[in-house]
Design a binder for this molecule. Structure first.
Ligand code: ADP
Length: 347
């Protein structure tokens, strides 16, 4: 009976609430096998002891399926979660001084328009709050393809003042992006390890000033990078963006479950690229119909609304002025405004 065979069996055990397994999460510390007995050592960083118990039960069940193993002993060492690094850690990050609410925009997969949505949402909220002289920030955490600088028409290196980073500003919104700090040709493999550190700095060392709301554009996906980010940022809640098609809604739900796991409330689901409005006013449902509403129903959260598939939304983003500002009277801008209103009301 090889260690590898036992390892393979352990790789079928998922971390509770996640689609990833305990081996790939690096939780297995030791594997011993002699005379039919498997002794497994696991180390988990969590404050939730039911997680450890669940993992132990699942390992025992998985190894029962292996004919050569007559008995199993699992020892789990639990480290209390201090830093938000490990799945299941329930650490609550502290707030950003001067900032009232931080909300995140998440998507299960890339290309659903998460950054387009984030930039327009920030602009729409900013317009709503302008009469009260309240300001909005936009934090771009999409390490793999930071597109907020392009969409907001802002670039260059932020200034440093007394060891604090001064956010750049565009359309009245304070902006920080990985894109300001990472060159386009930085290899993607370097970005993963950089993110946690950089995001902590964005939270702790950026002079945001007094802001009512910061909108955070999360990286797409539901892996470790997203998880540790969500645990680093003091989030008031998150919006899940999806397109109407089934393939996107399924991953959107996975993303939502990750958020729930970290106790971040889901403020609702928004559907992007819902339909194309034809010249005669009829609608073509290019990516299918109803996925956003279905996702919201499945998650038991509110459906926030639809954003049409509109070439002017893309053009406005490419030109550095989101449609909410470039063409505020358009139907597309109105759809962002409606969602912004319901978010502000919720907060
Ligand atoms: P993500 O952040 O999810 O990867 P982006 O916001 O970068 O997605 O959008 C992907 C592409 O789709 C961009 O070129 C963007 O301009 C375009 N896009 C996003 N939403 C819409 C929309 N509602 N109508 C038209 N184009 C859109």
């Amino acid at each position: 009976m090889s260690q590898e065979a036992i390892n393979n069996a352990l790789a079928t055990v998922k971390y509770p609430g996640f689609s990833r397994d305990i081996v790939s999460f690096g939780l297995v510390r030791s594997i011993d096998f002699s005379e039919g007995k498997a002794v497994i050592g696991i180390s988990v960083t969590t404050n939730d002891h039911s997680v450890a118990a669940q993992i132990r039960d699942d390992i025992e069940a998985a190894l029962k399926e292996v004919p050569e193993i007559a008995s199993t002993e699992v020892s789990v060492s639990i480290n209390p979660a201090k830093k938000a690094e490990t799945p299941g850690a329930q650490a609550t990050p502290t707030g950003i001084p001067g900032v009232k609410h931080v909300i995140a925009v998440a998507s299960g997969k890339g290309g659903v328009g998460k950054s387009t949505f984030s930039s327009n949402l920030a602009c729409a909220i900013s317009k709503l709050l302008a009469p009260e002289a309240k300001k909005v920030g936009l934090l771009d955490c999409d390490i793999y393809g930071p597109s907020i600088p392009l969409m907001m028409g802002v670039g260059g290196r932020p200034e440093i003042e007394e060891e604090s980073i001064i956010p750049l500003e565009a359309h009245g919104i304070k902006i920080m992006s990985m894109g300001f700090l990472v060159d386009d040709d930085t290899p993607v493999v370097w970005r993963g390890p950089m993110i946690q550190k950089t995001i902590s700095q964005f939270i702790n060392n950026v002079k945001w000033g007094n802001l009512e709301i910061i909108v955070v554009d999360l990286p797409p996906g539901t892996g470790d990078a997203q998880l540790s980010l969500v645990q680093t940022i003091p989030l008031r809640g998150a919006i899940v963006v999806t397109t109407p098609q089934l393939a996107a809604t399924q991953v959107a739900k996975r993303g939502a479950r990750m958020l729930e796991k970290t106790n971040v409330p889901i403020l609702g689901v928004a559907e992007n690229m819902s339909y194309l409005e034809n010249a005669d006013g009829t609608k073509s449902y290019i990516f299918g119909e109803g996925g956003g509403k279905q996702t919201a129903t499945d998650l038991g959260v509110d459906f926030l609304g639809q954003i049409p598939l509109d070439p002017r939304i893309r053009e406005a983003g490419d030109n550095g002025t989101p449609i909410s500002i470039a063409d505020p009277e358009s139907k597309s801008a109105a759809s962002f405004e409606a969602i912004a209103k319901s978010i502000v009301e919720r907060l």
